[in-house]
Ligand binder design. Structure first.
Ligand SMILES: [Fe+2]
Length: 334
């Protein structure tokens, strides 16, 4: 059984099409899509149309909820601010009824159980909370605190836009009298670069993976990213699934150009600009901007966001950094 795991397309249809071409070559038995199909890039209806006419299993991510909750009491605080949430405002005016209705009926999590294979729990973050995220180097304690309620040993999570493949172990009882020398002890996890720790019978074990992002990776690599999971004997891989991460370079110019031609940059303001930068650099431009603001006496939630963005740009030289990497601005060989 070979399972393709996709996530975080974010309205980037050219990236999805590049991955579809690669899937035609790899021919997985099944495809699961772990949320964030839409927002903040320009081809949201096109992405949803590809997905809703597929036979994939799909769950919703936090960006689906930004759309579905817009204008209700469930919307994030400040979502009616067209500067702070400019990309979402642009999307709300353009999303089709069929596409929105498809997103409205998606589940928030899944349990995949293929014949002869170990079960897999799928959620955009963790079940019940779609904004929880994991990284390859996150301390074991922090990861286990979030996945502890999950009964399945294999867990697919997305949201952070970085690829993860980790094994985590925890003594199967928190009772210090049961394991007096192991209380609170967590056996170190291992990614693909290290052999997994042995799964002792006294330990709980999880195999946690994140396929990375198709449309907006944040690991410094702008290629579209996804994963293949192959069902293997427990002796080969604790948990019974082996993970192989993939990257697919593609031409980003059509999606970058559509930020201009579709009016997204103009309507979406500073946040749309920062998302554009993330597409160029594959680095976390938005959180870096907010961190700079908080460290330098600016409050983008309280003041004109354009004011703090200009100050950030001038102080860090970030705009030039992005321009030097922008496929629309970098001179191409003739
Ligand atoms: Fe995402």
């Amino acid at each position: 059984m070979r399972l393709a795991v996709l996530a975080d397309i974010h309205g980037n249809l050219p990236a999805l099409q590049a991955v579809l071409t690669e899937l035609e070559r790899l021919r997985p038995d099944f495809v699961v899509l772990d949320g964030d199909l839409i927002n903040p890039m320009p081809f949201n209806n096109g992405v949803v149309d590809v997905v809703r006419t597929s036979d994939w299993a799909v769950v919703r991510g936090n960006h689906e909820f930004y759309l579905l909750d817009f204008g209700t009491e469930r919307a994030p605080q400040g979502a009616d601010d067209s500067e702070r949430w400019g990309s979402l405002h642009w999307l709300v005016k353009r999303v089709g009824t069929k596409q929105a209705n498809y997103l409205a009926a998606l589940p928030d999590e899944l349990r995949l159980q293929f014949p002869g294979a170990q079960p897999i729990r799928v959620a955009h973050g963790v079940p019940g909370r779609n904004r929880v995220g994991f990284y390859q180097n996150m301390p074991d304690e922090k990861v286990i605190a979030e996945i502890d309620p999950i009964k399945e040993r294999n867990v697919i999570s997305a949201h952070t836009h970085v690829q993860v493949d980790r094994h985590l172990y925890k003594p199967d009882s928190d009772d210090p009298m049961t394991h007096p020398h192991e209380s609170g002890a967590l056996l170190s996890g291992a990614g693909p670069l290290q052999p997994p720790a042995p799964a002792a019978e006294t330990c709980r074990h999880w195999h946690l993976m994140n396929p990375g992002s198709i449309g907006l990776p944040l690991n410094g690599d702008p290629a579209a990213q996804f994963a293949l999971m192959e069902s293997v004997p427990e002796s080969e891989q604790p948990g019974g699934w082996r993970v192989q991460h993939h990257r697919v370079p593609y031409d980003r110019r059509p999606v970058l150009e559509a930020f201009f031609s579709e009016g997204l940059l103009e309507a979406g303001g500073v946040i749309a600009q920062l998302f554009y930068w993330e597409l160029v650099t594959a680095e976390p431009e938005i959180i870096n901007y907010f961190r700079w603001c908080w460290a330098n006496g600016h409050d983008p939630d309280a003041e004109d966001i354009r004011h703090s963005f200009i100050a950030y740009s001038e102080a860090t030289g970030r705009e030039q950094y992005v321009d030097e990497r922008d496929p629309l601005k970098v001179a191409r060989p003739t």
